[in-house]
Ligand binder design. Structure first.
Ligand SMILES: Nc1nc2c(ncn2[C@@H]2O[C@H](COP(=O)(O)OP(=O)(O)O)[C@@H](O)[C@H]2O)c(=O)[nH]1
Ligand SMILES: [Mg+2]
Length: 231
């Protein structure tokens, strides 16, 4: 099954070459698309060099920082245009572990979508402060109550989608950009009758580089859940 891993990057030059290596070493015949927003640290050029040597590695370069959701809309859209059948979202910073990707990959062809989940039995977060734990777990419970589907990890961004799901949910009409982007994709998939499965993952906070998470992103998600529900 033609599979693509979409990785958005902004200033990830220390992480992305190591991540690409780790993914290729899984030996799963994966293709990788890095969606870079013209990172000032040169992440894009680095990936371009790798892509010249490795035909499975692709770069989608965008002119400036436009947020995670927009990067994913562009990257997943590129994947559909290029004929991929199962498409994963994954961070560059090793918060999403290549060994967990192996577990998610097992569900290709068996489910419409697969969610890497910190909040099902066996799932975990590591190296997180109490505030971040409360915001994340609270955000998922809040989403679950308002949206009414029994997903445990709504905000997580380590997910795989079969082609029909992404075609049906009309990616280019998704307006959410931060954490709410992940919430909106899951809600639209479920609302359209697709079936998903949650697979436990260990989410470890990044060791290298800086988080682009901000208070604004949390607030956006808090209000957007209502728009997602009633649009
Ligand atoms: N292309 C692109 N990538 C982004 C943007 N914001 C974050 N990322 C990437 O998205 C992934 C998750 O972001 P991160 O800062 O680690 O968020 P956190 O895990 O919530 O702290 C990382 O690979 C980032 O480099 C953006 O505006 N554009
Ligand atoms: Mg991160």
């Amino acid at each position: 099954m033609k599979t693509l891993i979409v990785i958005p990057t902004y200033n990830e030059r220390e992480n992305i070459p190591v991540m690409i290596d780790a993914l290729l070493k899984l030996n799963q015949d994966l293709h990788i698309l890095v969606v870079d927003d013209n990172s000032p640290d040169g992440t894009g050029n680095l990936v371009r060099e790798v892509s010249l040597k490795q035909p499975q590695v692709h770069l989608l370069s965008r002119p400036g920082k436009q947020g995670l959701g927009k990067a994913y809309v562009a990257g997943l859209g590129w994947g559909l245009q290029n004929g991929y059948e199962f498409l994963f979202e994954m961070d560059a910073d090793f918060s999403h572990r290549p060994e967990d990707l192996l577990k998610l990959l097992e569900h290709r062809g068996r489910t419409d979508f697969v969610v890497g989940s910190r909040y099902v039995p066996g799932g975990q977060t590591k190296n997180w402060g109490l505030l971040r734990k409360i915001i994340s777990r609270g955000g998922s419970l809040y989403s679950q109550i308002i949206l009414g589907y029994p997903i445990q990890d709504w905000t997580g961004g380590f997910n795989g989608w079969s082609r029909p799901v992404l075609e049906r949910i009309k990616l280019d009409t998704v307006k959410s950009n931060g954490y709410s982007f992940q919430i909106e994709l899951k809600y639209r998939a479920l609302k359209n009758g697709f079936k998903g499965i949650e697979v436990p993952i260990l989410f470890e906070d990044r060791r290298v580089g800086q988080s682009k998470m901000s208070f604004k992103i949390v607030i956006e998600a808090f209000f957007r859940v209502w728009k997602i529900r009633f649009q």
